[in-house]
Design a protein around this ligand. Structure first.
Ligand SMILES: Cc1cc2nc3c(=O)[nH]c(=O)nc-3n(C[C@H](O)[C@H](O)[C@H](O)COP(=O)(O)O)c2cc1C
Length: 242
């Protein structure tokens, strides 16, 4: 099984999202998967212009010349392609939205009525990877991902693929913090995500008990809020004293 994850955080090595991606792929590799992690911020991805050349003039080929041709090849080469994104304004990051829009050449333009009576695109010819979604947010609650949970299902539907797994982490800001007190919490969470990656490869899905554990808070929300506010005060004071 080939699993590829596209992370759309602009923070590269400092990305909290990437901590989750790395742990998931480590677990998946341990169970025998072939894995790849791609930082979209290292690639040139222009926004879709809506010209629809890729559907009409040059089917399957985008008119924009940038790195998306290479990224689409990577995407098509996987059995499972996961989109990993920081939560930005309750949604995916702008980089991720551009990436998603630019997958349009892989979609068949024709409309058809689906069994549930709602219109979607016809199945495209050829292999399309199943979809995964990984995200983390600054706010601590799992309810912060309400929009992404809906979006995950809608994306899978739009692309006529199955939704393979979803991992959401409220309060993900602590994942890259170098703090001895937080280290055991972060290490425990990484081990849990690695377990999810292993299960996904071995069982074809993340088990229900693991899914439930992934939804547990990393720390009681009020403790998290107090710590975050102390951090903001410190950073602001540092700037004022500079
Ligand atoms: C432009 C912007 C918008 C954000 N919007 C939200 C938001 O709506 N809800 C939230 O909980 N966190 C929000 N955050 C915080 C990020 O989700 C959080 O810092 C996350 O850990 C970043 O992940 P990364 O390090 O992988 O980029 C936002 C951050 C930025 C920069």
């Amino acid at each position: 099984m080939k699993i590829i994850v596209f992370n759309s955080s602009p923070k590269l090595a400092k990305s909290n999202t990437q901590v989750i991606v790395d742990a998931f792929l480590e677990g998946a590799r341990g169970a025998g998967a072939d894995t790849e992690s791609v930082m979209l911020a290292k690639f040139k991805i222009k926004p879709c212009t809506g010209c629809l050349s890729c559907w009409v003039k040059t089917p399957g080929r985008c008119a924009i010349k940038d790195d998306m041709a290479e990224l689409r090849e990577k995407y098509l080469g996987a059995d499972v392609a996961a989109f990993a994104t920081p939560l930005y304004v309750d949604n995916v990051s702008g980089i991720m939205k551009n990436f998603m829009d630019r997958l349009l050449p892989l979609v068949d333009p024709h409309f058809e009525m689906k069994p549930d009576g709602v219109t979607g695109h016809r199945d495209a010819d050829g292999h399309r990877p199943a979809l995964g979604l990984i995200s983390n947010s600054g706010f601590p609650e799992q309810s912060q991902f309400a929009v992404l949970r809906v979006l995950a299902g809608r994306m899978a539907r739009n692309m006529n693929v199955s939704l393979a797994f979803e991992i959401y982490r409220g309060g993900g800001g602590i994942l890259t913090m170098q703090n001895a007190m937080l280290a055991p919490i972060v290490d425990g969470y990484k081990a849990l995500v690695a377990q999810a990656g292993r299960e996904f490869v071995q069982l074809g899905a993340i088990s229900e008990p693991t899914r439930q554990k992934l939804e547990q808070p990393l720390a009681p929300p009020q403790i998290y809020i107090d710590n975050v506010n102390r951090m903001w005060d410190k950073l602001i004071a540092k700037r004022e004293n500079a």
